[in-house]
Design a protein around this ligand. Structure first.
Ligand SMILES: N[C@@H](CCC(=O)N[C@@H](CS)C(=O)NCC(=O)O)C(=O)O
Length: 248
C-alpha cells in the first residue's frame, strides 16, 4: 500500500515536471537546433527541473516547428513564447537577471541572430557541401540503408526551398558568409567588455546568444563563418564562460 502510494506520488511529480520537446541530441552540442538549445540553456540557468522528450517530429507540432514545452495541460510552442511563459509563471523562482524584461537593444540583437544569422547558418549546414557532409550522417545515419539517402535528400530539398523563400538562399556562398560574419562582429561589439549580455549574470538574451554561438563554434563543420568566430577572442571566451555554467 505504502509502495503504491509512493509510486502515485512519484507519478504526479513526473506529471508536473516541465517537458521540453526538442530534437534528439546531435552534432556534439546540447541541441543542434539553436532554438531548442536556447530553451534548454534558459531552463538550466533558471534551475527549473525539466525532462526532455525527443520523440516528436516538428510537423506534428501545432506550429510545425520545435521546440515546444509542456507545462501541465499547457503546450507552449516557439522558443520566445516558452521563455516568456517561464518568466511569467515561475517568476518567483528565477534568478533576478532572468526576470528582466527584454530591452529594445536586446530584442534587436536577438532578432538579428534568430531571423538572419540563423538562415545563414542553416545554409552552411544543409546546402553547403562541407556542412551537409556532417549534417547528413548525423541526422539520418541511423535510418535503414535504402531510406537514408532518400530522406536526407528530401529534407535537404525542403531546406533549399525554405531558404529560397526566406531569401538567404538567393545569395552566393561568399555573400552569405559576409552577412554571417558581419552579424558575429555586431554581437562582439554589443557584448563589449561585459562577461554576459546581462552584465555580471546571464539574462534570457544570453540563453539565445550562447545557443547560436555554440552551434556555430562547437559543431565540427569547417567553414569560413566558424573560422571567423574562432578568431573572435571575446566571443570564444564568452562561450567558455557560458559552457562552464550550463555545458555545451
Ligand atoms: N521561431 C521559432 C523557430 C523554431 C525553428 O525554426 N525550429 C526549427 C529547428 S531550428 C524547426 O523546427 N524546423 C523544422 C522545419 O522547418 O520543418 C522558435 O523560436 O522556436
Amino acid at each position: 500500500m505504502i509502495a503504491a502510494g509512493l509510486a502515485t506520488a512519484a507519478g504526479n511529480e513526473e506529471d508536473r515536471m516541465l517537458t521540453l520537446i526538442q530534437f534528439p541530441h546531435a552534432l556534439g552540442v546540447m541541441n543542434a537546433s539553436p532554438f531548442c538549445m536556447k530553451v534548454e540553456v534558459f531552463l538550466k540557468l533558471a534551475g527549473l527541473p525539466y525532462r526532455v522528450d525527443d520523440g516528436h517530429l516538428p510537423m506534428r507540432m501545432p506550429k510545425g516547428k520545435l521546440p515546444a514545452l509542456r507545462d501541465g495541460d499547457l503546450l507552449v510552442c516557439d522558443s520566445q513564447a516558452i521563455v516568456a511563459h517561464l518568466q511569467q509563471r515561475y517568476r518567483a523562482e528565477l534568478p533576478s537577471a532572468l526576470r528582466e524584461p527584454e530591452r529594445g537593444a536586446d530584442l534587436a540583437l536577438r532578432r538579428m541572430l534568430e531571423e538572419h544569422f540563423y538562415f545563414a547558418a542553416l545554409w552552411g549546414r544543409w546546402i553547403a557541401d562541407a556542412g551537409f557532409r556532417v549534417t547528413g550522417p548525423a541526422f539520418f545515419g541511423s535510418l535503414p540503408g535504402p531510406l537514408r539517402g532518400l530522406v536526407a535528400a528530401l529534407v535537404r530539398r525542403k531546406m533549399r526551398r525554405d531558404l529560397i523563400g526566406q531569401g538567404m538562399g538567393r545569395h552566393s556562398q561568399s555573400e552569405i558568409t559576409e552577412r554571417a560574419c558581419a552579424d558575429l562582429d555586431a554581437v562582439q561589439v554589443m557584448l563589449g567588455a561585459r562577461p554576459y549580455f546581462g552584465g555580471d549574470a546571464p539574462t534570457a538574451l544570453d540563453a539565445s546568444v550562447y545557443a547560436f554561438l555554440a552551434n556555430a563554434l562547437f559543431v565540427e563543420i569547417d567553414n569560413p563563418v566558424r573560422r571567423h568566430l574562432q578568431g573572435q577572442a571575446a566571443l570564444v571566451a564568452y562561450c567558455a564562460r557560458m559552457e562552464a555554467r550550463v555545458g555545451r
